[in-house]
Write a protein that binds this ligand. Structure first.
Ligand code: BTN
Length: 261
């Protein structure tokens, strides 16, 4: 992977920066956005030394074995009303590509993880830059474990991990994968607020009808049945006592009560 071949493979991307190694593509994209990068400008890295996940977690990107990229998006005023849908946009686009290009069925562990065989294979980190109360840019950062070397050791992860090649049983061309994923993001973006999009998200939702535990940022633990998504993309959880909670994207941690093997 290099800048020249990326540019040739991604003619629909207006501008891109490629790094053999960098700290975090989200950080680069954020500063680029502040300097005026156009909508759909792309930052790709072969290796990240300070990759970040949600909740200030570390995201490991081993050289040559993963996809790590960040898109600068300039949200329309309608898109800006529900920023959490950008996370779903990344997750759903990835699920579609896994199915259409590789025949793999994936699930979305709300809000931002993509699972293959109940194991995490990708994570999405959406960050926004504001001026007053107006969103200037959204950075859609996606990390995908493609080859086996990209899967962190079991003791280093909070959730069991896997990679696309393990699920597929054969090699994947990262460049073709990236091109398909970006095209899918571009295609799905105008549908982001449509009922069809919400239905597709709902169909991919992991642990639906199962008992889950949600830990909120203040350490409150809610246990209940994950019953689906609300129209605004929040998660519906029904406790044993029948109370229905709507959980907004934020500092939460979701775990199935029963582990899958
Ligand atoms: C998570 O699982 O919590 C989200 C992980 C997001 C990782 C991607 S890799 C590309 C981009 N750059 C980062 O530093 N993070 C995102």
């Amino acid at each position: 992977m290099d800048e020249q071949s990326l540019k040739a493979a991604l003619p629909f991307v207006p501008a891109l920066q490629f790094f053999e190694s960098t700290g975090s593509t989200n950080d680069i994209a954020m500063s680029w956005a502040a300097q005026g990068a156009h909508d759909f400008s792309l930052v790709v890295a072969n290796h990240q030394s300070a990759g970040r996940g949600r909740l200030q977690r570390r995201w490991i990107t081993t050289a040559g074995s993963a996809l790590a990229f960040s898109l600068v998006l300039r949200p329309t005023s309608i898109e800006a009303e529900h920023l959490s849908f950008f996370t779903a946009l990344g997750a759903l686009a990835l699920s579609d590509v896994l199915k259409e290009q590789y025949g793999l069925v994936s699930m979305i562990k709300w809000p931002n993880d993509v699972l293959l065989n109940h194991r995490k294979t990708a994570g999405i980190l959406v960050e926004a830059a504001w001026q007053g109360d107006v969103v200037q840019s959204v950075i859609l950062g996606i990390g995908v474990n493609v080859a086996l070397e990209s899967v962190p050791p079991e003791e280093e992860v909070l959730y069991p991990a896997t990679c696309v090649e393990s699920a597929l049983g054969k090699e994947v061309n990262r460049m073709e994968f990236l091109a398909a994923l970006l095209e899918r993001i571009k295609f799905l973006r105008p549908e982001m607020r449509s009922p069809r999009f919400l239905e597709a998200w709902q169909r991919h939702l992991a642990f639906q009808g199962e008992a889950v535990q949600v830990t909120e940022s203040d350490a409150t633990i809610l246990t209940g049945i994950l019953s689906g998504l609300n129209e605004d993309g929040s998660l519906r959880l029904q406790t044993e006592a029948g109370t229905i909670y709507s959980i907004q994207v934020g500092d939460i941690r979701l775990r199935p009560v029963k582990t899958h093997s």
